[in-house]
Design a protein around this ligand. Structure first.
Ligand SMILES: Nc1ncnc2c1ncn2[C@@H]1O[C@H](COP(=O)(O)OP(=O)(O)O)[C@@H](O)[C@H]1O
Ligand SMILES: [Mg+2]
Length: 255
């Protein structure tokens, strides 16, 4: 079993107006096999947390720690984090012109594992994962995310997650822009990966609807760079009914 531990995390970014604090003391522990829903209003710092875990250079850690089984994640390069088993599905996946999906998936898998996957099983794995995610076969020869629709990009993120088999997956608004059918397909992919029992998941979402398909063990509500409330799945039900209004006072008071 593995543990991803975030302690007293303070993160800021440089803007034209100066240094802007965004995360203001986040504590969060995720173990293998657990699904944590990270919820909260727009601008509360959810994507900042995801990018900081992944090692985006824009985000400056002012204080606190992120460790993976006791190893200092913040001291690792972006590559090292990926090889250590951290996976980020971005809110806005990037297009990579000139690189086909097939080449990208295979070279990424090779870089992650330190050896090339066996061609026969790999081709089979890719095909079956694509078909389960309802991704047409011709996507394999297309350039990464180039001209893909929002929903297609999200399915491609889940495809990567299923093939790369990370120890921890951070899924940032993977449900946004999905229609009902795509939401179901994407959720099934996350549940399949979770069912292997070898992954921990941080599911970042503004809306509760994906939580009808993916059952979280824990729910954390982000407000203004901090976890304002946490609980079990029942907290998501409550947010579905009440929205984030009751946190709004806190947000404006400290904004
Ligand atoms: N690159 C950036 N430049 C300026 N402000 C940023 C940048 N990235 C994030 N922020 C600000 O940080 C806050 C948190 O943003 P974000 O982490 O994207 O929130 P969320 O994902 O919860 O909507 C917001 O106020 C946002 O405007
Ligand atoms: Mg976001």
């Amino acid at each position: 079993m593995s543990t991803l531990e975030i302690k007293d995390l303070h993160v800021s970014i440089e803007t034209e107006q100066g240094t802007k604090p965004i995360l203001k003391g986040v504590d969060l522990t995720v173990n293998t096999g657990e699904t944590h829903a990270i919820m909260g209003p727009n601008g509360s710092g959810k994507s900042t947390l995801a990018s900081t875990i992944a090692g985006h250079p824009r985000y400056i850690v002012e204080r606190g720690s992120i460790t993976l089984d006791g190893e200092d994640v913040l001291a690792m390069t972006v590559d090292e984090r990926a090889r250590a088993g951290l996976f980020l599905a971005m809110q806005y996946p990037v297009e990579v012109p000139g690189v086909t999906m097939t080449n990208f998936l295979r070279s990424a898998k090779t870089a992650l594992d330190g050896e090339a996957p066996k061609l026969r099983t790999w081709t089979k794995d890719v095909k079956s994962a694509m078909s389960q995610l309802r991704i047409e076969e011709d996507f394999a020869s297309r350039n990464v995310n180039e001209g893909f629709s929002g929903g297609e990009k999200k399915r491609i993120e889940i495809l990567q997650m299923e093939l790369f088999k990370p120890r921890f997956a951070v899924l940032d608004e993977t449900d946004s822009g999905l229609d009902v059918d795509a939401l179901k397909v994407v959720s099934e992919g996350v549940n399949r990966a979770q069912d292997t029992g070898t992954m921990g998941t941080m599911l970042i979402t503004h809306y509760t609807r994906i939580l009808r398909h993916i059952k979280p063990d824990f729910v954390h509500v982000f407000v203004d760079g901090r976890i304002a409330e946490e609980g079990g799945p029942e907290l998501a039900d409550r947010l579905e009914e009440e929205g984030y209004d009751r946190f709004a006072a806190t947000e404006t008071a400290t904004a």
